[in-house]
Ligand binder design. Sequence first.
Ligand code: NAD
Length: 372
Amino acid sequence: VKIAVLKETRPNEKRVAMVPAVADKLIKLGCEIHMQTGAGVASRIPDSAYKNVTFAANPQGLVSDADIVVAVQPPPAEVLGAMKEGSVLLSFVYAHREPELVKLMRDKKITCFAMELVPRITRAQAMDALSSQAALAGYYGALLGATHLARILPMMTTAVGSIRPAKCLVMGLGVAGLQAVATARRLGAMVEGYDVRPETKEQAESLGAKFVDTGVDARGAGGYARELTQEEKDKVAAVLTKHIQQADLVITTAAIPGRPSPKLISKAQVEGMKNGAVIVDLAADGGGNCEYSKPGETVQIGQVTIVAPLNVPSMLAEHASELYAKNQLNLIELMFDANKKFAINWDDEVLAKACLTHAGEIKNEAAKKAIE
Ligand code: NAD
């Protein structure tokens, strides 16, 4: 089985879908690895770090005889177009943002497994790239916040008196939010957490945060949150305003699958925040959680700084690539049978649900509805 690894081409994408340790495992499984020259360089992995891997500069040539193509972001149309019929593509896709590419995958009869479609079930945890990448983003969100503040997070006792610890509020306690809580705690902040899924209370408390209870329960399908009604939004805002405005650092991570990020912080709430406060909006890829956020930029509103970075995992490309490549390895291993023969078992729930296109069809219902 020939596996082709592409060098990423999208702006600000420093990750790579293959790391040396994963290449070794795939070679042991009987695969051949062919990589695009310099694919790992932005992740600080030179070509020389990959053993028993061949390199080629031209991506079209690389994918033209590959059985499996791996990437982080969906490959450009000219590369997809060069893939052979029936070959497998593994990457993030986000079909609703890429209708033309998805149609091309369908028409080229590419079997695409979209990393964001891997089901969030216990058995698939080791293949769940959304979680591995979100955990890193949450950690980095706390660090970004710390470096944008003109104050420190921990309590510090000095010869001229004590400095009080900073107050940090984390909104959205999913995978990223809980890592943000843990990191801000480790840095010594007093941390509060808030989410619309009540089960997050215990999770945040176990990491040392105080849970802000708004009395709104918005559990949706598949363990995710649903959108709030206007009445619920008003109820939440009434409780949260005080917590937002007492915080030195607010980290937001709220997302609803397939929808723009909910606006959790209004302009008026920002205008009432403390001088010097910082908001780190980790939902910027989905439009952001704050009405003032400008995705990809840092803006100053009065004395409040709002940081809304895009593609945060890419800023930690070395570890992000390592975890991502391991997620993909576990998914690829599922495609081999007990005799190490490459054979996709469509009865496997993880593979069936992660499949976006196969044999000339869009297999994911939501994507099919949005695109066809
Ligand atoms: P996500 O990125 O979709 O959302 C982040 C958080 O934002 C979620 O906790 C969500 O509840 C919250 N949120 C949404 N709207 C909000 C609002 N208006 N106000 C406040 N918070 C809001 O979610 P995620 O981090 O990818 O995953 C969420 C949950 O999915 C996990 O915590 C877990 O329960 C489940 N999950 C399960 C598995 C598994 O079992 N394998 C893996 C990953 C995640």
